[in-house]
Design a protein around this ligand. Structure first.
Ligand code: AMP
Ligand code: ZN
Length: 489
């Protein structure tokens, strides 16, 4: 596999570039993780799932990836939430770290190699702030420390903003300790009731941005490969990370900047502050995790993704089609030996297409398109084989099935046993629609009895009765199976 063929869109240069690691064969990936003060919503989940797939694909392509995703466990929002619940901020954050991990697991996200927390990295944070002061790009002011934006000429190179435009209309507010309106806090002097640590400038806590500079350097080095987050982090968070890291080390910080588009609800970014959120937990109570992943991956990670409930239902129907196909194929060819020989229609072309789509800036939408072709081919070969040679059909189906296994590790889809997945789906549909399962079973039995007695009119009547209950039946070599009819929504 040609590892060097991946191209990715770099926000720094605003173009697709060939991925060339700092150290050949290895990649350091840092993704800004959650601020742990609440449950995450499906917008956050979209971003984390996108990077989950990026990391999975880089590994699939043979890179040895170190994946770091931090927890922001010291933050104004955490302090505010803790005041509301009466907990200690650190305890509240620890609780939401566990909740996040459960949610991430439920959505089949890989655990990063390192998940550092701010509260465990104060020495690294203090060291980098001291270095910035030594180098003249940061200053202390009454127990606070600020980054001096004017002292760092490259400021705003990621967001391509103009410093003078940004300053227009801005002023230092009375009571502010900073010299210039754009200067940002690296360290904040302690306020009563807030978590605080000792520092050369007295007790206090780090500002938001410095943690990612300190933790990425600790685990990936001063220069590393890929840094990611959603679009809202470009300014000021990532801009400030660059200023801090490059200001302290004098070296390039991250070489490739990847930013995810937003998940929107009715045209507005899903965000806690707007209150238009769907919690990941609530979504996963209604829809299968793989269906949610499929929904995310159906759109390129850089594009906006508009959410509506119906889309999750559609994604689940699509997953049902995929799993139903896999169930049929497994039933037909699973564990059988068809010997060696020719295959039908170059089955490997779908995987080649999948890879070339993923190589092109992780185009998961295009990659899923390639899979649609693969599943279409599987259905054709099981339902109406275009060739007579049964061994050839069997071998080809097995080759296609094997390629599905390969991509399932990249997408985090089709990880389940098809029959199990379909059973769970049926149980959920039954629960949601209040269908009486024992009645369905009795009707299926009655239909089978009628068919045995060659009373086909009666068998058809029962099939129609099932249909009015919202149940669709399929006769398979393993017996009659049923599902909740798609037409019912
Ligand atoms: P937060 O916990 O607010 O820092 O957000 C965690 C991650 O989710 C960050 O990378 C955000 O940029 C990202 N994020 C927040 N809202 C959305 C959204 N509506 N769509 C996609 N990503 C988002
Ligand atoms: Zn960050």
């Amino acid at each position: 596999m040609a590892a060097a063929s991946i191209r990715l869109f770099n926000t720094m240069t605003m173009q697709k570039e060939l991925l060339e690691p700092v150290v050949p064969g290895k990649l350091g990936v840092y993704v800004c993780g959650p601020t742990v003060y609440s449950y995450i919503h499906i917008g956050n989940a979209r971003t984390f799932t996108s990077f989950d797939v990026v990391v999975r694909y880089l590994r699939y392509r043979g890179f040895q990836v170190t994946y770091v995703r931090n927890y922001t466990d010291v933050d104004d929002k955490i302090i505010k939430a803790a005041h509301e619940t009466g907990e200690e901020p650190v305890a509240l954050a620890a609780r939401f770290v566990e909740i996040f991990r459960e949610d991430a697991r439920a959505l089949h996200m890989l655990e990063p190699d390192v998940s550092p927390k701010v509260s465990d990295h104060l020495p690294e944070i203090l060291r980098i702030i001291e270095k910035l002061i030594e180098r003249g790009v940061a200053y202390e002011s009454q127990g606070d420390v600020y980054f001096s934006v004017r002292a760092y000429p490259e400021y705003a190179k990621l967001s391509k903003r103009n410093l003078d435009d940004m300053c227009a209309g801005e002023r230092v507010h009375p009571g502010d300790q900073k010299r210039e309106p754009l200067d940002f806090a690296l360290w904040k002097a302690a306020k009563p009731g807030e978590p605080a640590w000792d520092s050369p400038w007295g007790k206090g806590r780090p500002g938001w941005h410095i943690e990612c500079s300190a933790m990425s350097a600790r685990y990936l080095g001063e220069t590393f490969d890929i840094h990611g987050g959603a679009l809202d982090l470009i300014f000021p968070h990532h801009e400030n990370e660059i200023a801090q890291s490059e200001g302290a080390s004098g070296k390039t910080f991250a070489r490739y900047w990847m930013h995810c588009g937003f998940l929107d609800l009715e045209g507005a970014k899903m965000s806690k502050s707007l209150g238009n959120v769907v919690r990941l937990r609530d979504a996963l109570a209604k829809v299968d995790p793989e269906a949610l992943r499929f929904f995310f991956l159906s759109t390129h990670y850089r594009h906006p993704l508009n959410f509506a409930d119906k889309m999750l239902a559609d994604a689940e129907h699509r997953m049902e089609y995929f799993y139903e196909t896999l169930r049929k194929v497994d039933e037909r060819v699973g564990g059988k030996d068809f010997g060696k020989g020719a295959l039908y229609g170059e089955p490997g072309r779908f995987l080649t297409e999948f890879e070339s789509q993923m190589d092109d800036d992780f185009n998961s939408a295009g990659a899923l398109g390639a899979l649609s072709g693969l599943f279409g081919q599987m259905n054709e070969l099981t339902d109406k084989p275009p060739v007579k040679d049964k061994a050839q059909v069997g071998r080809t189906l097995q080759a296609l099935r094997e390629d599905v296994r390969k991509v399932s590790g990249v997408l985090g889809l089709f990880l389940d046993d098809p029959a199990q997945w379909l059973l769970r789906r049926r149980e959920r549909a039954v629960r949601e629609r209040g269908i009486d399962v024992s009645k369905v079973d009795a009707l299926i039995q009655a239909r089978n009895d009628a068919r045995k007695a060659k009373n086909f009119a009666e068998a058809d009547r029962v099939r129609d009765e099932l249909k009015t209950l919202g149940v669709e039946i399929m006769d398979t070599p393993g017996g009659t199976v049923w599902k909740v009819a798609t037409a019912q929504g």
